[in-house]
Design a protein around this ligand. Sequence first.
Ligand SMILES: Nc1ncnc2c1ncn2[C@@H]1O[C@H](COP(=O)(O)OP(=O)(O)OP(=O)(O)O)[C@@H](O)[C@H]1O
Ligand SMILES: [Mg+2]
Length: 237
Amino acid sequence: MDNYEDFISTVSHELRTPLTSIRGFSQTMLASWDKLDDESKKKFLKIIEEQSNRLINLVENMLSVTKLHSEKENLIYKEVSVKPVVEMICSIVKNQYKDKKFNIEINPCSSFILADKDKFQQVMTNLIENAAKYGDENSTITIKTNHCGEYVSIKVINNGIEIKECDYDKIFTKFSRIDNPLTRKVQGSGLGLYITKNLVEKMGGKIFVVSKECENCFEVLMPASNIERQAREKCSQ
Ligand SMILES: Nc1ncnc2c1ncn2[C@@H]1O[C@H](COP(=O)(O)OP(=O)(O)OP(=O)(O)O)[C@@H](O)[C@H]1O
Ligand SMILES: [Mg+2]
């Protein structure tokens, strides 16, 4: 979606849907406060809260998209240890998706990358959140690292509805969501993977998806750091 008018019209549509719903439910509550029982009031407030969260997520994602294309944004590259980043994100995501289990398999010889820490965190948050959001109920999400030439490979794997091969490229583009019953049920702006791919590539990495037999695997390849190279030498001794 490179056309500016298309972009504005999609954004307006994405903003209008939650706003209409917030307005509708607050108007109903104000007009019929005395007639509504507590349970209905709670249900309506829950919808208002959900739709507000949806708006915040959308606005945050749109700010990230704008920053992606700004030349002013400088990335700060440092040695980043993958393990604490992944552990921190899993504990945050677990709070929101309590039915999910997390299996973290960090290869000790493969866990140091050269990256902008904040951006790498944003990348991993998007992928781990997606795995929890689109993963089967009560399922386990696996995050594992390994070496892969000059890169460290980080895989985020979940069980869930398969992503068809013809959608592999599409899901990394702006505002694209796969139309299936699950995606219709959970909220999202369709910007997460677009931002993720752009950030990974800006940091000199690559990202792919492979989905088979209901197992979805997102693989990120990030440039290995010096510590990583030394660790690999030690591991191979
Ligand atoms: N781990 C996954 N398993 C199955 N489908 C996925 C997974 N990750 C992404 N998808 C599919 O790809 C689409 C695009 O994902 P993306 O993260 O870009 O957007 P989103 O999650 O819908 O919204 P948000 O912008 O809030 O992240 C999703 O709507 C979903 O259909
Ligand atoms: Mg997402």
